[in-house]
Ligand binder design. Structure first.
Ligand SMILES: C[S@@+](CC[C@H](N)C(=O)[O-])C[C@H]1O[C@@H](n2cnc3c(N)ncnc32)[C@H](O)[C@@H]1O
Length: 206
């Protein structure tokens, strides 16, 4: 396997030197812009407890803590490297967050306790979305929001090219995500498309 392909395959579960390089890159640049596109449309207040699933290098945990100054955030990732780097990234805010190693298939979150749960560039790797979304739904408070942000809407050639390169990756269209979310119980599901990029942000309300 070419080094460039090995490198990009770290997106699924980052490890080692290449995983660290990838996580550092995802903490900035275009990837951060993508995250902000999703964050910008969230309500300004009303969030006390939040969780970022597949938190990677931790930049979005920091962005959530900055946006909701009175809130506490749990960052979850099944990659031990990601958990370690995300904890380092958020060391200054250690009293307001906790980084945990866990799989979304067995989410260790208290039922009904979270006002906001986010998933940036990660649902592609979650396997059975029925199980994962049901777990997210259970952890949300009544009226709580689950936001998914993806850089591909499943219709662009680049997204499909990356899907072919990364083992275990599934790219979803907005309609497919909405169908999974409704099946998990979410009553209201809205999709926001970026005006120039194939980026989508999906907001599902419990
Ligand atoms: C492409 S990275 C995105 C990281 C971060 N959300 C961001 O936008 O910078 C995907 C992350 O999701 C994590 N991940 C994938 N599947 C997961 C699962 N089933 N449970 C927990 N974390 C998962 C990976 O370990 C990786 O850190």
């Amino acid at each position: 396997m070419a080094d460039s392909v090995k490198y990009i395959n770290n997106a699924r579960k980052p490890k080692g030197m290449m995983g660290k390089k990838l996580l550092d890159r995802m903490n900035g640049g275009r990837h951060a812009e993508l995250a902000d596109f999703g964050l910008d449309a969230l309500p300004e207040g009303g969030v006390r407890r939040m969780a970022d699933l597949g938190c990677g290098g931790g930049r979005n945990v920091a962005a959530l803590l900055a946006r909701y100054a009175d809130a506490y955030c749990v960052g979850i990732d099944y990659s031990p490297l990601a958990v370690r780097l995300a904890a380092q990234y958020n060391a200054q805010q250690a009293s307001r967050c906790r980084l945990m190693q866990a799989d979304v298939a067995a989410l260790p979150l208290e039922a009904g306790a979270y006002d906001l749960i986010t998933a940036f560039e990660t649902v592609y790797f979650w396997g059975d979305l029925g199980v994962a979304f049901a777990n997210v739904y259970a952890a949300l408070s009544e009226g709580g929001t689950f936001m998914i942000v993806n850089e591909t809407d499943g219709m662009d050639e680049e997204g499909r090219r990356v899907e072919r390169l990364i083992e275990g990756m599934t790219v979803y269209t907005a309609d497919e995500l909405c169908a999974f979310l409704r099946k998990a119980g979410f009553a209201s599901v809205e999709v926001r498309h970026h005006h120039t990029q194939p980026w989508i942000a999906v907001y599902a309300r419990k």
